[in-house]
Design a protein around this ligand. Structure first.
Ligand SMILES: Nc1ncnc2c1ncn2[C@@H]1O[C@H](COP(=O)(O)OP(=O)(O)OP(=O)(O)O)[C@@H](O)[C@H]1O
Ligand SMILES: [Mg+2]
Length: 312
């Protein structure tokens, strides 16, 4: 069992309203309303907890609507190192019609001031060395400059902490400059920051070498149903997931990241680590939520994963 810290700098409260049909500009009656605490770092935390790891969660949370987050943290037994910020954590409203159409309305969220940024930085500086790995996942809230993230990752790296980064856009570009231990972009996110297409295996290999040259030890590039490539030193492995019925892809990337950390920190043989991580991600897409709900199903999914070497 490893001791892992996950950072969710920009969590969200997901409010899902189920309704027959959305009538814009009219009063609509919801058939059901569900609220849940979301955010990529918190998703990774839950999958890691399912895998038996001890998890501490941190980042920024609004003081005014903490209930769903506090309940999740208590239910999962996470250690809470979130820095509380005046205002409300952003809400993301999902209007789900019976025919399957979903309309998203995402709130702007908190503005995180200098004092709170410093508070989180100092807290992490104090506690980070005690963890086997730190996961930084998701977007940045308003008020935070990507250069702050780069400084934060640099500080963690200097302490010898294994940093796993999963973000996009300017935050990914800045974070990469700090040379994290592991990154998990999808092909589109990586193409965006490198300014060139990253789709074919050759392009993925070229992109991975650029990141390795910046000091990234593990480059994990995901490509939805087409699976995942993992570059490490001179080795490159590709995993193709089994064909599954897709219920929702929410949490697929987060599950893959949690699975990779699990295998790496346990010291699993690389092919087995990648196989299990790919099965955990496939399991996420078969459910509305994510997480490890059925150990036998996970084994069946793992049997359906094809792992091959790209470097031989
Ligand atoms: N349709 C699918 N069937 C099987 N596995 C899938 C499917 N979609 C995604 N996966 C698995 O999940 C992994 C991550 O998916 P994807 O590349 O879409 O991540 P992502 O874009 O980062 O997702 P997220 O929105 O969660 O951040 C893939 O590498 C793959 O292993
Ligand atoms: Mg992702």
């Amino acid at each position: 069992m490893a001791n892992i810290l996950t950072l969710t700098l920009n969590p969200a409260l997901d409010l899902t309203v189920q309704l027959a049909q959305l009538r814009v500009g009219e009063v609509n009656r919801g058939e059901a309303m569900l609220t849940h605490a979301a955010g990529k770092g918190l998703n990774v935390a839950q999958v890691l907890a399912d895998l038996g790891h001890a998890v501490t969660v941190s980042g920024f949370l609004g003081l005014d609507n903490p209930q769903a987050f506090d309940a999740l943290i208590a239910r999962r037994g996470f250690v809470d190192e979130f820095v509380r910020v005046p205002g409300e954590t952003r809400s993301n409203l999902k209007l789900a019609e019976s025919a399957g159409r979903i309309t998203d309305i995402n709130g702007p969220g908190l503005v995180v001031g200098e004092a709170e940024q410093q508070a989180l930085f100092s807290r992490l500086e104090r506690i980070a060395a005690g963890f086997d790995a730190v996961v930084v996942a998701g977007s940045l809230p308003r008020g935070i400059d990507p250069q702050w993230l780069k400084r934060l990752l640099g500080m963690l790296g200097k302490q010898g902490v294994k940093v796993a980064l999963d973000t996009s856009g300017p935050a990914l570009a800045a974070g990469l400059e700090a040379g994290p231990w592991l990154v998990k972009p999808n092909t589109e996110e990586l193409g965006d920051v490198l300014g060139e297409a990253v789709e074919s295996l050759v392009q993925q290999g070229d992109a991975a070498r650029r990141l390795q040259a910046q000091g990234v030890e593990h480059v994990v590039i995901s490509q939805g149903a087409d699976g995942v490539c993992w570059f490490r030193g001179h080795s490159a492995l590709q995993a193709l997931p089994p064909k599954v019925q897709v219920a929702s892809t929410v949490g697929a990337g987060d599950s893959l990241l949690a699975g990779m950390l699990h295998g790496l920190l346990r010291g699993d043989e690389p092919r087995e680590a990648l196989r299990t991580a790919t099965a955990i991600a496939a399991m996420a897409v078969t459910q509305i939520g994510f997480g490890i709900t059925d150990a036998q199903q996970l084994e069946r999914l793992a049997d359906g994963v094809t792992v091959r070497s790209l470097s031989e």
